[in-house]
Design a protein around this ligand. Structure first.
Ligand code: NAD
Length: 257
């Protein structure tokens, strides 16, 4: 197995893209820590299900990525990691003059600052081993903007910048850092935006998906969690050892427009 002997931590991975990445890393042979801020029977059952499905060692560790201490504790409870995927993220859509300050703070904390804290905790162990991969899940919104998503766009541009700095500091140590920039992937975070968009645009569900959400995705299709997960596995491969400090778009052509 390509990633046998490697331990991965994927933040925000009891759902959506994080779960897809955890599954693909486990299929490639890595042991994986899955995480969210909850601690339910379903969370632990999910870990058992992926372990049974892939034969990999899977642990669930609860940690709230809005809390800097919890971010660092996640890495120490995992026993360090060879592969760190900073994926946890939330969204809120509103005009800047109506954007609640507490939503701005929460988005910046979960979508950006958590990656700083987990990276700070994980990098020294990677440097000691002379091998590591930090993969930050940014977005097409890390490279372009849309109205009403000020905090999200700011956090995602921020994580692209953090990825570049991490790559420069890690260069020559066997450790790479890159940002994956997905376009629209039909996960719960996107599903939750559909009713708001229907209301804002006065459209039905299918029209909002086709004419609003996928209007900027030239392929006309959602990207899938398996495709984002496969990209993460590729970034962990030897073929990607010299790919660092950059972004990889999985966006159906969005950022080529
Ligand atoms: P999702 O809502 O399905 O998953 C978000 C995950 O983050 C969940 O597992 C949730 O439990 C976790 N999370 C939320 N708050 C947390 C906290 N305080 N502590 C720990 N975990 C927390 O959404 P998704 O679409 O899978 O999004 C995952 C990442 O991908 C996000 O960073 C998002 O910005 C990014 N992304 C998504 C899309 C898309 O179209 N779905 C596109 C580009 C980027």
């Amino acid at each position: 197995m390509r990633l046998a002997g490697k331990r991965a931590v994927v933040t925000g991975s009891n759902s959506g893209i994080g779960l897809g990445i955890a599954r693909e890393l486990a299929r490639a042979g890595a042991s994986v820590v899955i995480n969210s801020f909850t601690d339910t029977d379903e969370d632990h059952a999910l870990a058992a299900e992926i372990a049974a499905e892939t034969g990999a060692e899977i642990r669930y560790i609860q940690a709230d990525m809005s809390d800097p201490e919890a971010c660092r504790a996640l890495i120490s409870q995992a026993g360090g990691c060879d592969i760190l995927v900073n994926n946890a993220g939330i969204q809120h859509v509103a005009r800047i003059d109506e954007f609640p300050g507490e939503k701005w703070d929460a988005i910046l904390a979960i979508n950006l600052s958590s990656a700083f804290h987990t990276s700070a905790a994980a990098l020294p162990g990677m440097y000691d081993k002379g091998w590591g991969r930090v993969i930050n899940i940014a977005s097409a919104h890390g490279l372009t903007a849309s109205p009403y998503k000020s905090a999200y766009v700011a956090a995602k541009h921020g994580i692209v910048g953090l990825s570049k700095v991490t790559a420069l500091e890690a260069a020559g140590k066997g450790v790479t850092c890159n940002a994956i920039c997905p376009g629209y992937v039909l996960t719960p975070i996107v599903e939750k935006q559909i009713p708001d968009q229907m209301q804002t645009h006065g459209m039905d569900r299918e029209t909002v998906i086709k004419e609003v959400m996928l209007a900027r995705q030239p392929s006309g299709e959602f990207a899938t969690v398996e495709q984002v997960g496969g990209t993460a596995v590729f970034l962990c491969s030897d073929a990607a050892a010299q790919i660092t400090g950059t972004t990889i778009s999985v966006d159906g052509g969005w950022t080529a427009l």
